[in-house]
Ligand binder design. Structure first.
Ligand code: BGC
Length: 552
């Protein structure tokens, strides 16, 4: 299980873009959902060569790094989060040579590459799980996963009351009578992280990708790898109370999440990351009951960052945003690491739609982006948000591929529709010229949202992102070590904060008040999500918009 499939590229191709070890602290990271980004080989599915060809677009957009969702060998039951070979590229996405070419070009353009690591579970097609199925109960092969005998007469009830995040029981019974644990789909069996071979394997997988030059890892389900000894019941389930256990995520304790021993794993990983040059980092997708418990994932001997997901649940109100920001900044102070802001990702409804589908949602989403990009810390953008893409709500059920859909009726496919690049007709240049395939259909209305349609168009969302990212990169008050957030007195429904550095003060104002808000006294406008209007020699910020101002 440790052999490489191909020789890593020469060291000269692996040199990180610059020597700034702390690059991640204020980085803008663009999440590429690979199968929906760009299709180079005309099969209707995005691929690594598609990413490579679009790198100049991302450089021009002004991001610092890309996070690529899993592109490893996979039966694609959960969009690649079911990995059958951690050291190879799925043929759908290309080859290892394509990966090497992509990362070499990215580095040449000054872009860093973060890859997704999925350590909590493998695919059921992984050779280890296949061997465990064949070897049968009591075998050493089953020790690498969490197999158990059932309860009740003949063991016909699951070993405990745990529920899958995707709905239904977290256990599936095999014809030989044993059950195995899967916190997600039955095609994603959970690994036994108390097994030394599992630990050794993933340490080697880390090295495999570090050797290929990756700048970091996004750790999937980073809080899940260790389960409580004895696999105790949660004590309630959907069957008994109608309440799903997943509702406790981030709010309560579950015996399958955030167990103390998980930190041993990260303490073993950190020296590996630190042994490579150029600031290799890891960001955790972790959920914990309290900020204090989340803080334990972060630090010089564990991981570098953990996503702050609070923005994903914020409603469109000044109180809600203020609370999210204050909480996240307080958490950041506890963890001693900058906040990682996220407005959208591949698991959540796009923020344009969360804030109200149609013109109102887009207007608010643009304002929220200026708010996020003015805050200290790093920001994770999800592909297509720079185009103002809405969630696609009317995908036909038979085309939906999210495994959660079959189990709960909820589906994440609507935020995974391929990116519109150019042209008037779907799939809008997703593939090479003449190719009209795309694994999910794009709406007939997306021509006006394409990259080509928005490039150079005054007031377009794409140009707004480009402007904001250019200013963020250059402005001293928005740099990693710039001053704290200082909240300013405003009228109700208006948020305003300043950050100061090098003799300049940058003020971000967001107007959620329901009417135009005066913005005099903050200095010169640098960028605004809607044009400011004039009033009595002063300026007004329109409703549901945001702007940055500079005072020297
Ligand atoms: C990923 C999901 C995935 C799940 C199981 C999550 O953290 O973001 O897309 O379905 O893990 O791997």
């Amino acid at each position: 299980m440790t052999a490489s499939h191909a020789t890593p590229p020469a060291a000269s191709d692996r040199t990180p873009p610059n020597a700034d070890h702390d690059w991640w602290r204020s980085a803008v990271v663009y999440q590429v959902y690979v199968r929906s980004f760009a299709d180079a080989n005309a099969d209707g599915i995005g691929d690594l060569e598609g990413v490579r060809r679009r790198l100049p677009y991302l450089r021009d957009l002004g991001v610092d790094a890309l996070w690529l969702t899993p592109f490893y060998t996979s039966p694609m039951v959960d969009g690649g989060y079911d990995v059958a070979d951690y050291r190879d590229v799925d043929p759908l996405f290309g080859t290892l040579a394509d990966f090497d070419a992509m990362i070499a070009d990215a580095h040449a353009l000054g872009l860093r590459i973060i890859v997704d690591l999925v350590p909590n579970h493998t695919s059921d097609r992984h050779p280890w799980f296949q061997a465990a199925l064949t070897a049968g109960p009591g075998s050493a092969e089953r020790e690498r996963y969490l197999f158990a005998d059932g309860r009740g007469e003949g063991g016909k009830l699951p070993p405990n009351d745990w529920e899958s995040i995707f709905g239904g029981p977290a256990w599936t019974r095999l014809p030989d009578g044993q059950w195995y644990l899967h916190l997600f789909d039955p095609a994603q069996p959970d690994l036994n992280w108390r097994h030394p071979e599992v630990r050794a394997e993933f340490e080697d997988v880390l090295r495999f990708w570090l050797d290929r030059g990756v700048d970091g890892f996004r750790i999937d389900v980073a809080h899940g790898m260790i389960k409580a000894e004895g696999l105790p019941d949660v004590g309630f389930s959907t069957l008994t109370t109608g309440r799903r256990q997943v509702e406790l995520l981030g709010k309560g304790r579950l015996p399958y999440f955030d167990q103390d021993e998980v930190h041993d794993i990260y303490r073993a990983w950190r020296p590996i990351l630190d042994s490579y040059p150029g600031g290799r980092m890891a960001v955790a997708e972790a959920w914990a009951e309290t900020p204090q418990r989340l803080a334990r994932y972060i630090g010089p001997d564990e991981l570098h960052q953990a996503f702050s997901f609070d923005f994903l649940d914020a409603t469109w109100s000044a109180e809600s945003f203020r609370k999210v920001i204050d909480t996240a900044l307080a958490e950041s102070a506890i963890v001693g690491a900058p906040t990682t802001w996220v407005l959208s990702n591949h698991d959540k409804q796009r923020h344009v739609t969360r804030y109200g589908d149609g013109p109102e949602g887009l207007r608010r989403a643009r304002a929220a982006t200026l708010l996020m990009l003015a805050l200290p810390g790093s920001a994770y953008l999800y592909q297509g948000e720079e185009l103002g893409l809405p969630e696609v709500l009317d995908l036909p059920d038979e085309l939906r591929q999210d495994p959660a859909f079959r189990r709960t009726g909820e589906s994440r496919d609507g935020c995974r529709v391929p990116i519109p690049w150019n042209g008037e007709l779907p799939p809008y240049g997703f593939g090479p010229q003449g190719c009209d395939l795309s694994w999910l259909p794009a709406p007939a209305t997306w021509g006006a949202l394409s990259v080509a349609a928005q490039t150079g168009a005054p007031g377009s969302t794409l140009e707004l992102y480009r402007d904001a990212l250019r200013i963020r990169r250059a402005h001293p008050a928005l740099a990693a070590d710039a001053g704290d957030v200082t909240w300013l007195e405003t009228g109700p429904g208006v948020l305003a904060f300043s950050r100061a550095a090098a003799g300049t003060v940058l003020t971000c104002v967001v107007n959620i008040s329901g009417g135009p808000a005066p913005v005099d006294g903050y200095g010169d406008p640098l960028v605004a999500s809607e044009p400011l209007t004039a009033r009595d020699g002063g300026r007004l910020l329109p409703v549901d918009s945001a702007a940055w101002f500079e005072r020297r």
